[in-house]
Design a protein around this ligand. Structure first.
Ligand code: CDP
Length: 783
């Protein structure tokens, strides 16, 4: 069957699955280079300690162990510290102090992976334990031990950030008829991607060239950072090639730079051999970047009839020992300022304080556009608390306070201009789909019988697609993105993008965008990403920015090609350009549909018979700087049944109505939402990482960090509304993280809804059986 161009809106099967489902994906650990050495890392058992001595003799005595690298070794090359993406600095290997359990202390280089591990076990480190601070509120107290002695500022406060009109908000609170306040803790969680982090550094001493194979979501930015940090050692940007092969899940955890990458590069430069470093699961979960860890006090002011007037939020953000989050530079607290959500607040004020503690660096955007999950969870919980306080149905409360469809573009009191939305339509659809009115009746009847059933709504608004570049940069690098399309003589295409898929299906959806614009079949379009030597410069894939930014670049580059194709078609058809009409895949002379040239014929002519005065070839590049972000949204409704005897929460139904504007591939979008919902269920009911007072991690392996399996995951029921983005060339918005952002509040709201009549206002996530059972026992409902 001849290939066809499907374009937007078709569930084209994923091109990349041909290799993934055959086990032929090409991941970092599949790469084996001749003469490759292996790196493994000695990690601290203490959360805070002085390093008195590191004894390497026994390790070095193991045949095959080549070197034990310490912070003092790296210091000689100016590499003991590295800059973080948040303008802080982070130890690569410590010189005299460790600041969290599992922190890198030394690295062992060996000829085999297992010999490196043996070497790690044989390294003896003498520690002198120091006082530990794990609670960020205690870390802010004047008598707290100062963790970062390297800083001039002698306390644990990192930064203060605030947004909104404080005076106006305070006035609104003074005049409020009704007020609610709630402390909300959003615990530390980990992205726990299937593939851990790792790299292979391959230094070529003859050509002074570094190839760095790496599990990174942002290969170009990494190359620039390596050049800036290690330029003095001869690592110039044109002599560095970062290759990001297939990635087994990133979710924001593969944006930061980890010490293992830096040590592997240093070891390769020093030995001249390729050096591989791959974390094991426990290292990944115990030492890599964490997400959330937000302590929020939220307040909402309203009128008696339920109309909201003002929002105030004060947050302490636990960033661990180094501020190594990967937020855009101007946003130390990410895009938390989307916290007015889907509601028409007249004033708002939010402030966040970043704090150091003896924990691994945290604050990454785990499947979320920089703290949007925290913001959305907070406002959706507050909406439910206020509705319940007022005795209003939470759906009615939301309908009353939603931003009206005709108010878009809408400017929020915290400064964002929402591009488009119709929140009423999404909630109405979700209510119809789940049978909301009948469920409320069922709940009332069950309550009479003493049964516990809850219904929770979350009507979230996301903010994705960073840039625009006037507001968004990372370390000064403006947040645009790029696409380069080359149409070859036979009409086949190689298209390269500045982003990097980690499982989102870009090879398929980007091909669909080009097919949509040029009428070239998806099968004839090869999409490549992740190689800095070939792909145009881009800021990478995270925060659902690929479709809003790089996808738009793809459309714009394709349109440039179409403009040139028109000139070539005019030449071939001996017609004027203005007499030609475009129908997907061909130009024809107006009124004479048979006088036509297909895009393939035009491509051939671009190399064999191009008009004089026009350059040969058919290629284009676009660096797309979006005029605004996109604001996808959705309404989720969850029904739970609670077991009084055990406190177990069963998600009986979950309806998710999403709106990501025009959809490129409905099947992929569904897949994104399924995965996202499961990653929203996880922190709502299961996942959390805590620390004891000595800074020992609890939840550092899959024995006690509870990922939901297929057994715990309910059947997701999906639906959609379509409200195109007015500024995106294809009307599309991002979707990758919507479900992770929206789901936790729907589940938490459902559980509290089941318990509200017993006097339960709030339970912090994860809502474990023990927390529910205790709430019931405290109220004498169960024994
Ligand atoms: O940046 P990331 O790829 O994680 O997120 P995204 O831009 O939201 O896209 C996730 C996947 O869903 C990609 O394959 C997109 O092309 C696809 N998608 C779509 O088909 N239609 C949309 N309106 C948005 C995303």
């Amino acid at each position: 069957m001849a290939s066809v161009a499907h374009g937007m809106g078709h569930s084209v099967k994923r091109k990349e699955d041909a290799r993934f489902i055959r086990g032929q994906g090409h991941y970092i650990d599949d790469i084996k280079l001749p003469g490759m050495l292996y790196l493994d890392i000695v990690r601290s058992p203490y959360a805070h300690a002085k390093i008195k001595a590191i004894h390497a003799e026994k390790a070095l005595a193991i045949p095959g162990v080549l070197a034990v690298v310490t912070g003092k070794d790296l210091e000689k090359y100016g590499l003991a510290w590295m800059p973080t993406l948040m303008s802080d600095k982070q130890m690569v290997l410590p010189i005299d102090t460790v600041l969290y359990q599992s922190q890198e202390v030394a690295a062992v280089l060996a000829t085999e992976r297992y010999l490196a591990a043996d070497g790690v076990a044989a390294v003896e480190v003498e520690y002198e334990p120091l006082p530990v601070v794990v609670d960020p509120k205690k870390a802010l107290q004047p008598n707290a031990p100062v963790l970062r002695q390297d800083r001039e500022q002698k306390n644990n406060h990192i930064w203060h950030w605030e947004v909104g009109d404080k005076a106006k908000t305070e006035k609104a609170f003074r005049e409020a008829e009704v007020k609610v306040s709630q402390d909300i803790y959003i615990p530390r969680i980990h992205v726990a991607s299937i593939e851990t982090c790792g790299c292979i550094a391959q230094w070529n001493p003859v050509e002074s060239h570094l190839t760095l194979y790496m599990t990174t979501q942002a290969p170009h930015a990494i190359r620039t950072v390596v050049a800036l940090v290690a330029g003095h050692l001869g690592l110039a940007e044109h002599k560095i090639r970062v290759i990001s092969p297939d990635i087994g899940g990133g979710f924001g955890g593969k944006v930061p730079v980890y010490p293992g990458y830096v040590v592997a590069v240093a070891a390769s430069v020093l030995t001249g051999a390729p050096v591989k470093w791959i974390e094991d699961r426990m290292e990944n979960i115990q030492a890599d970047s964490f997400a959330r860890d937000y302590h929020i006090t939220a307040e909402v002011a309203a009128k008696k009839d339920g109309t909201v007037t003002a929002l105030r939020a004060k947050t302490i953000a636990d960033h661990g020992a180094f501020d190594a989050a990967a937020n855009p530079s101007k946003f130390p607290a990410g895009l938390f300022s989307i916290c007015t959500g889907s509601y028409d607040f007249k004033s708002a004020f939010a402030e966040v304080d970043g704090v150091y503690t003896n924990k691994p660096p945290g604050g990454i955007a785990y499947r979320c556009s920089f703290r949007v999950t925290e913001a959305s969870y907070m406002i959706e919980r507050m909406a439910d608390i206020l509705a319940h306080d007022l005795g209003m149905d939470p759906a009615e409360f939301r309908m009353k306070n939603f931003i009206r469809p005709e108010a878009f573009p809408y400017t929020s009191p915290l400064g964002w201009t929402y591009d488009s939305g119709n929140y009423q339509a999404a909630l109405k659809k979700a209510m119809e789909r789940i049978g909301y009115a009948a469920l409320r009746k069922e709940q009332a009847e069950k309550r009479k019988r003493g049964e516990l059933m809850g219904i929770g709504i979350s009507s979230f608004t996301e903010i994705v697609g960073a840039g625009p570049s006037h507001t968004f940069d990372i370390l000064g690098l403006k947040m645009f993105d790029s696409a380069e399309i080359r149409v070859h003589p036979t009409g086949k295409v190689v298209a390269r993008f500045g982003t990097k898929s980690q499982g989102q299906g870009h090879e398929t959806t980007y091909a669909q965008i080009i097919a949509h614009e040029l009428g070239i079949p998806e099968d004839d379009i090869a999409v490549e990403e992740g190689d800095t030597d070939t792909a145009p410069y881009g800021l990478g894939t995270y925060a659902s920015r690929s479709t809003p930014v790089a996808g738009a670049a793809g459309a714009m580059a394709a349109r440039k090609i179409r403009d040139k194709a028109r000139k070539i078609a005019a030449h071939l058809l001996e017609a004027s350009e203005s007499d030609l009409e475009w129908e997907r895949g061909k130009f024809f002379v107006k009124g004479s549909p048979n006088r036509a040239k297909t895009i393939q014929e035009i491509a051939f002519a671009a190399y064999t018979n191009h008009p004089q005065g026009l350059e040969a070839g058919l290629e284009a590049v676009s660096y797309y700087d979006p005029p605004n972000l996109t604001f996808p949204f959705g309404s989720y409704i969850c029904v739970v049944d609670l077991d009084k005897g055990t406190g177990v929460v069963k998600v009986r139904r979950f309806v998710a109505v999403d709106d990501c504007g025009n959809i490129i591939n409905p099947m992929i979008v569904e897949g994104q939402i399924h995965g996202g919902l499961t990653m929203g269920l996880a922190p709502a009911l299961y996942e959390e990482i805590t620390y004891d007072d000595d800074g020992n991690i609890r939840g550092g392996s899959f024995m006690d960090y509870l990922l939901p399996t297929a057994m715990e995951t309910p059947r997701w029921e999906l639906d959609k509304t379509v409200t195109p983005s007015p500024h995106h060339p294809l009307g599309a918005k991002g979707v990758g993280e919507s479900a992770t952002v929206g789901a936790p509040a729907a589940i938490a709201n459902a559980v509290v809804d089941a318990l509200w009549h017993l006097g339960v206002r709030h339970i912090d996530i994860p809502i474990t059986p023990w927390k529910v059972w205790k709430a019931l026992r405290d109220r004498g409902v169960t024994e």
